[in-house]
Design a protein around this ligand. Structure first.
Ligand SMILES: [Zn+2]
Length: 255
């Protein structure tokens, strides 16, 4: 090998080393676009997996709490837990301790706070007080006021014995994240008659889980359903005679 040959050989080797040490611009762009395509494919799938995981946790929260209601009733001559206004500070409402949140503490296997928040619940009221009532949010879930039996002049259904159809009688709903119900622990479905979609939305987060909400019933089960399935007034209704297609809140007509 002449000196020139050696020089050429060394140059070729150096060139090869240089080639192997990095990528050309084209290779880099191809790699980046493949990664971008993979991310675009995987992200929605990951988001969906997270959403269905959170929905499962929410349903489980409602099932555990509503099963605790049944255990509570066994020890209280079939009576159901009450409702109250809740505060994370010192009790501010006269009937805070009457809330299901406190009544059921001893009937769940965990700290009741751990199952009182839906993982999709992003309400600002967990951190910031409602200026109107001074309360913060303590629970994501609301009991059904028809069952609390504390409204004067109102039919009292605060006993399992008074329920004709427990598997169709609602116990828990998902509280609206904003507005005056965001810091409550119960809903008033008896006030929905005049404009059900709007009235219900003021009290319940109707689209909490991919456009739908979760509800539990007094046989201990919980399930997703649109508003129409749990509360719907028939077209032939008159003011004095409501033709219910669905009303899972009022025990008298729950079906
Ligand atoms: Zn939820």
């Amino acid at each position: 090998m002449t000196i020139t040959d050696r020089y050429r050989f060394a140059s070729v080797c150096a060139g090869l080393r240089f080639r192997r040490a990095g990528f050309t611009l084209i290779e880099l762009l191809v790699a980046i676009s493949i990664i971008a395509v993979l991310i675009a494919i995987l992200l929605p799938a990951l988001g969906k997996a997270r959403d269905s995981g959170e929905a499962a946790v929410c349903l489980s929260n409602q099932r555990q709490t509503t099963t605790a209601v049944l255990a509570y009733a066994v020890e209280h001559q079939d009576a159901l837990p009450g409702a109250g206004n809740l505060s994370s500070g010192p009790p501010s409402g006269p009937n805070s301790q009457a809330s299901w949140f406190f009544s059921l503490e001893d009937y769940v296997d965990t700290d009741i706070s751990d199952i009182a928040r839906c993982p999709e619940d992003q309400s600002e009221r967990w951190e910031t007080q409602d200026h109107a009532n001074g309360l913060k949010r303590v629970v994501s879930y609301a009991s059904n006021f028809y069952l609390a039996g504390v409204l004067t002049g109102f039919e009292n259904y605060r006993s399992l014995r008074l329920l004709r159809n427990p598997s169709k009688t609602n116990f828990m709903s998902e509280l609206a994240e904003s507005g005056s119900y965001a810091t409550s622990d119960h809903i008033h479905a008896e006030l929905w008659l005049t404009n059900p979609p709007q009235r219900a939305a003021e009290q319940v987060e109707l689209d909490q889980h991919n456009g739908i909400s979760h509800w539990s019933y007094l046989d201990g089960h919980a399930a997703p359903a649109p508003l129409d399935e749990v509360y719907r007034i028939g077209p032939d209704s008159t003011f004095g005679n409501i033709d219910w297609i669905a009303n899972r809140f009022n025990p008298k007509v729950a079906r």
